[in-house]
Ligand binder design. Sequence first.
Ligand code: HEM
Length: 419
Amino acid sequence: MIAPTHAPHAGDIFSINLLGQPVIVLNSVKAAKDLLDKRSAIYSDRFKSTVVPLIGWDWNVALMGYGPQWRQTRRAFHEHFHPGAVKQYEPSQLSGARKYIMRLLTNPENFVQDLRYDLGATILEVSYGIKAQGRNDRYIAIGERAVEGPNEALVLGALWVEFLPFLRHLPPWFPGASYQRRAARWRADAMALKHVPFTTAIEDFRDGKGTWSLASEILHREYQVGGGSSTGTEELAQNVAAVTYGAGADTSFSTLQTFFLAMALHPDVQRKAQAELDAVIGPMRLPDFEDQKSLPYIQAIVKEAISHDSQTYPEPDVFNPDRFFSECRWDHNLPDPGDYAFGFGRRACPGRHFALASIYVYVASVLHVFNIVPKQDARGNPVEIKPDMISGVVTYPTKFECDIRPRSQEAEALIRLCA
Ligand code: HEM
């Protein structure tokens, strides 16, 4: 469950009572590390939720209790998402970022919708080997619809049925039980996410039409190890692919929206990043994964976009990539936001390396060729952006507008040539 707001003055650990159900909130990185890292043997289970099965998401490893099925699924995640394994996804991620900058050139006002689409298309290809066919793609729509259920229903206190489980037996027509109708739709959407792209991928693969994907690779590997077909193997491949597809796009999407917001507010940060890109890459090509190590300021922007702990960093709300440097060198004494933005202990995010690679390649590609500036009003004055966030299972900036323009004619030509 996700607490809807942060409570900076409430102490490291506090509890709230929701309709008789005690809820313990870990309100600092230290508290989370002490309990979830150091005592992970006893704090890796999940709350036995009424809402999770009601909305049809109980097959999702992130919401599963700590036990053999969770362990088997985590093992499969580890095999496909450890730092060495994620290299195989780089071509899809790079191609997604390049298609995106081409879209930014032709349709900059659609930067948010196109970002959602291109991240979704990349993760669809990685998970199932399916190539999305444009904005109205059936599989993209399935992915986007499916995450609405958990995004609405898993926010702490969103549905009373979580704390009064007998309410799950009420019929949908009963006064006040409209959540039953929504839950039925969310269940159908979750089932579509789990089954529809998987069935297409596996049928294509068996017919020799499909390309390699996470789903087909897990099936192949498990058959080799387990020595033949089994429903368990199919279920495992289905779950890993669907969780990747469901979890993978939304999280990176929210981080990259934060990046656009921060760039529109901080032209000085943009200039520094572009000076680094110009020095390392120059005007004749676009950034790729080979450049990552040579772009520390871009790395600092990525870390700054993921999130901040108010007790670890001074001025946590200020977007300041320079905080990671001391005397022009990377400051290794400063905690890495990547060590807590992805969770703690045994339940920490297995998609972390994949996510960081995606965010890097979008940030570097966009900044190399575009300037992001606030919109101008009729008199040519910049329209003030009031930054704010919407909290939920995933946190997003509220809607904001900005102008995204190629940095130069050469930059525009480079996009047209290479993207
Ligand atoms: C910026 C991007 C991302 C962020 C900030 C993020 C964050 C998180 C966090 C904080 C958790 C831990 C939740 C907890 O402790 O209960 C988590 C779990 C998880 N994440 Fe991510 N994530 C991101 C991207 C991804 C991607 C790309 C994938 C898939 C490839 C993924 C798959 C998962 C899974 C499967 C879990 C559940 C792990 C478990 O319960 O054992 N995430 N993520």
